[in-house]
Design a protein around this ligand. Structure first.
Ligand SMILES: [Zn+2]
Length: 87
């Protein structure tokens, strides 16, 4: 049986377009963000480092997109103080 986490795990970026493989939205799409928050389980710094790596790659792969837009898309959706913990 495929649980919700299994469904979210398919929401990974396609290269070099950086669109989601599962839904076609700009990555990280809604489901990908949810999966990341759950996957990092409150490790906000670890999540930011991970996303920063993706941002670096996206800046190289999407030279026509304004860097500020990419930074917003990759980093600014992360909650400021804490991410939800799952019990
Ligand atoms: Zn998606």
């Amino acid at each position: 049986m495929i649980g919700p986490e299994e469904r979210w795990r398919r929401h990974v970026p396609r290269h070099p377009s950086y669109r989601c493989r599962a839904c076609g939205d700009d990555w990280p799409c809604r489901d990908a963000r949810l999966a990341l928050l759950i996957g990092f389980r409150g490790d906000r710094v670890g999540l930011m480092v991970y996303l920063g790596g993706h941002l670096t790659r996206a800046l190289q792969q999407l030279p026509d997109v304004h860097p500020a837009l990419l930074a917003t898309r990759f980093l600014h959706w992360v909650p400021r103080s804490s991410v939800p913990h799952r019990r």
